[in-house]
Design a protein around this ligand. Structure first.
Ligand SMILES: Nc1nc2c(c(=O)[nH]1)N[C@H]1C(S)=C(S)[C@@H](COP(=O)(O)OP(=O)(O)OC[C@H]3O[C@@H](n4cnc5c(=O)[nH]c(N)nc54)[C@H](O)[C@@H]3O)O[C@H]1N2
Ligand SMILES: Nc1nc2c(c(=O)[nH]1)N[C@H]1C(S)=C(S)[C@@H](COP(=O)(O)OP(=O)(O)OC[C@H]3O[C@@H](n4cnc5c(=O)[nH]c(N)nc54)[C@H](O)[C@@H]3O)O[C@H]1N2
Ligand SMILES: [Mo]
Length: 682
């Protein structure tokens, strides 16, 4: 932190759920943030921020920030509240939670995700609070559990290439990721590689802005990535483009994978993926013969029934060609596992406060159905209280009609910690005002690079806002939880987040970030973090990976596909962060309004033209928005963009009105992009 007479610069970290976790420099004048820029010294931020986060001050000083506790005075969901004092709010919440917990604490459910990725304002005091209470646990599966578990099953941990090294690759496959939107700082390295002569290939059903800038775009059908990976293996085997030495030494179970891949000749792959056999052959030739070859896999391709199997297969590819031998070869899906060596989650979250109790776990994906379930021996008690923080489930959880029904229950006691009156906060009994990243302490790890980050408060909390940790500290005190750990300050929590001696906190504060010790080419000689040190084809209980067709597709359910012939994916909008920033006017102005992209052939067959309002529908619901007739959509697939707030949509709905609560093959994750619909004018 540097100081002059009236101005200072404070070091921060972007809190959002994004692989880039940028290092921020926040200029403060007279107690007010005047400018936020990226740290030019930080090796992946490079002084550049995305459009969203350069508007972070606009979001924090937004006139509609919730700055005092609120109590509901209208019907559930109406968003009608009156201000109350912190004392009154804390009393109401503590009294109600205590009464429910006296019957069965598992009737209380915390619901949180990655509104902030900070270790302190994410899960620290909140986890201590719910552990001590004995509340139900939440399976936090909404984003990455299918692919994450698939990667762990294969490599032993969520680890991969260092993102900087992509700059030296000769071939980059950007697989299931719109990097320019969701991983901009990786894209900078990919462009460096491109300028140095590398070939870039994008594998994505949608012709994204990223796909347009690659040399080749393979627009496969959603949910067919496993078939594509098996087809690539087929060609690598047939043409003997394999690194036999690497396979023999570092791949466990290769013969079974070889047999499986030989069942996937190019014509079968072409028919499954909706691409040509030549596209597959060309890709295999490039991947089999270019060194170093790197894969940037992202979570966009695992939001389908077979997402876990698909990630396992793609993750095996670099092991078959020995791509890992070079530091610019291999694969990156997530780097979060590298931080396990320094993180001290048990100290922050104190699972020991469960004191031998083993509360049930509720999957956040099925919140729609679970809120409506009665108590039973199987399910446990009916959910009677919900405490939501760092998440906007009414907008982001699948199958909105059921989610809204659940949140509308008059007998459900809902507390929401928020910056804004989101669709979820509108359903609260009590809203508690939370601080933003400018106003609180935090420390961060990340899933896209390998630097530990710090965020110091730049300004005092606005209005009566309090940090999440402060709010749970106050609630703990009201509930009479007197263990000393409930007294830890936010700064103390930040210091406890890392194992003793693992991170020099003073250096972290001075520089803003510290590089983690990760080898340059970590698996050049094998040494994967599995028990045997080898990559696993057939880990216990999972079987040899295969293509698992979508829940909703012609192969699985022809009758459904006859009624709803279009597959819908709903990837994020560039200027929003899931449902965050939707209420920032300057960003909403860039995004315009909710829309669905439809291919000219599919539009013509339905008498639909650009700019027209259409209805997208299936058995779960109907959603109206504007159509954009565009070759960004491939035939047979429509793209319903962005997680808009329901209240900004026509008829007060968003795209999750159409998605379902069915889970993936591995990881109990949602299958947002595995969804059949029909579209009609009107
Ligand atoms: N600007 C912005 N950045 C974000 C986010 C945001 O909302 N906005 N979200 C953040 C979050 S939470 C996450 S998890 C990360 C990662 O977020 P991801 O979900 O990986 O998001 P994208 O990079 O947009 O990748 C999705 C891409 O996958 C494509 N896709 C959809 N189905 C399939 C399929 O079956 N196969 C293949 N190959 N591709 C498919 C979509 O068309 C889209 O282009 O991004 C983060 N960054
Ligand atoms: N159809 C469809 N649905 C999707 C997706 C998709 O691609 N398509 N993407 C899915 C994915 S990948 C994800 S990760 C989820 C994301 O779902 P969520 O994690 O719910 O993410 P956001 O929508 O960004 O909502 C985060 C909320 O946290 C609040 N918040 C931020 N910081 C703080 C804080 O410090 N304290 C408190 N109390 N609140 C804070 C923000 O104001 C915001 O309202 O959505 C999923 N839903
Ligand atoms: Mo996500």
């Amino acid at each position: 932190m540097t100081t002059t007479a009236d101005a200072r610069m404070v070091r921060g970290a972007c809190p959002h759920d994004c692989p880039d976790t940028c290092a921020l420099q926040i200029s403060v004048q007279d107690g007010r943030v005047t400018r936020i820029v990226g740290d030019a010294e930080h090796p992946t931020t490079h002084g550049a921020l995305c459009t969203k986060v350069s508007r972070y001050a606009e979001r924090s000083y937004h006139p509609e920030r919730v700055l005092q506790p609120l109590r509901r005075i209208g019907p559930k969901g109406s968003g009608q509240f009156e201000p109350i004092s912190w004392d009154a709010a804390l009393d109401l919440v503590a009294t109600r939670l205590q009464a429910i917990a006296a019957q069965d604490p598992q009737a209380v459910l915390p619901y949180s995700y990655a509104g902030t990725m900070g270790l302190v304002q994410g899960e620290s005091m909140s986890a201590r609070f719910f552990h001590r209470l004995g509340a139900s646990r939440l399976d936090r599966t909404i984003c990455s559990a299918a692919g994450g578990d698939g990667l762990v099953a294969t490599y032993g941990a969520k680890v991969g290439m260092r993102v900087e090294h992509f700059a030296e690759a000769r071939l980059i496959l950007i697989w299931g990721s719109n990097s320019i939107t969701s991983n901009l700082h990786f894209w900078t390295f990919a462009q460096q590689a491109k300028r140095a002569g590398a070939r870039l290939v994008c594998i994505d059903p949608r012709r994204t802005e990223t796909a347009e800038k690659c040399h080749q775009h393979i627009a496969l059908r959603p949910g067919t990535d496993a078939a594509l990976a098996l087809g690539l293996m087929h060609e690598l085997i047939r043409n003997d483009w394999l690194d036999h030495d690497y396979i023999e030494r570092h791949v466990e179970g290769w013969p079974a994978l070889r047999d499986r891949a030989l069942q996937w000749p190019p014509e079968r792959v072409a028919a499954t993926c909706g691409i040509t056999a030549d596209e597959l052959r060309q890709l295999a030739r490039d991947y089999g013969n270019t060194r170093p070859a790197a894969i940037r896999l992202n979570y966009g391709m695992q939001r389908v029934h077979g997402g876990g199997n698909a990630v396992r297969l793609v993750a095996l590819l670099p092991c078959l060609v020995g791509a890992w031998r070079h530091r610019a070869g291999g694969l990156l899906l997530s780097s979060s596992g590298w931080f396990r060596s320094v993180r001290n989650d048990a100290a922050l979250q104190r699972p020991d406060l469960l004191a031998g109790r083993n509360p049930r776990t509720i999957n956040m994906v099925t919140i729609g159905d679970d809120l409506q379930r009665e108590g039973s021996p199987d399910f446990g008690p009916r959910i009677q209280a919900l405490v939501v923080y760092n998440s906007n489930p009414v907008a982001v959880a699948p199958d909105s009609r059921q989610v809204v029904k659940g949140f509308a229950r008059e007998d459900l006691f809902t507390v929401v910690l928020e910056h804004f009156l989101t669709d979820t906060a509108d359903h609260a009994d009590i809203v508690l005002p939370a601080t933003t990243q400018l106003e609180h302490w935090d420390v961060h790890t990340t899933y896209g690079h390998t630097y530990v980050m710090v965020n110091e408060p730049a300004i005092a909390p606005l209005g009566q806002a309090r940090s999440n940790a402060a709010i749970f500290r106050a609630l703990a005190s009201r509930m009479g939880f007197d263990e000393p750990c409930f007294g830890d300050s936010d700064e103390t929590l930040a210091r406890m987040a890392f194992k003793p001696g693992a991170v020099d906190f003073d250096r972290l504060r001075a520089q803003g970030w510290i590089k983690l010790a990760v080898a340059d080419a970590p698996f050049a000689e094998g040494g994967f973090p599995t028990a045997s040190g080898k990559v696993l084809v057939d880990p216990p209980g999972l079987g040899v990976p295969d293509h698992v067709p979508n829940h909703e597709c012609a192969e699985t359910d022809p009758a459904l596909a006859a009624r709803y012939p279009l597959a819908m994916i709903s990837p994020p909008a560039r200027h929003f962060l899931n449902s965050s920033f939707v209420n920032v006017k300057s960003l909403r102005a860039i995004e315009g309004e909710p829309l669905v992209e439809i291919h000219p052939d599919d539009a013509a067959a339905r008498g639909i033209s650009s700019g027209q309002v259409v209805t997208i529908f299936n058995d779960r619901g109907r959603y109206r928005c504007k159509a954009e007739v565009s070759e960004r959509a491939r035939p047979g697939v429509v793209n319903g963009l962005g997680v808009w707030w329901r209240k900004f949509g026509l008829d007060g709905r968003n795209v999750n009105e159409l998605t379902h609560q069915r889970l993936t093959d591995i990881g109990h994750a949602p299958s947002f992009y595995d969804c059949l619909v029909e579209v009609g004018p009107g």
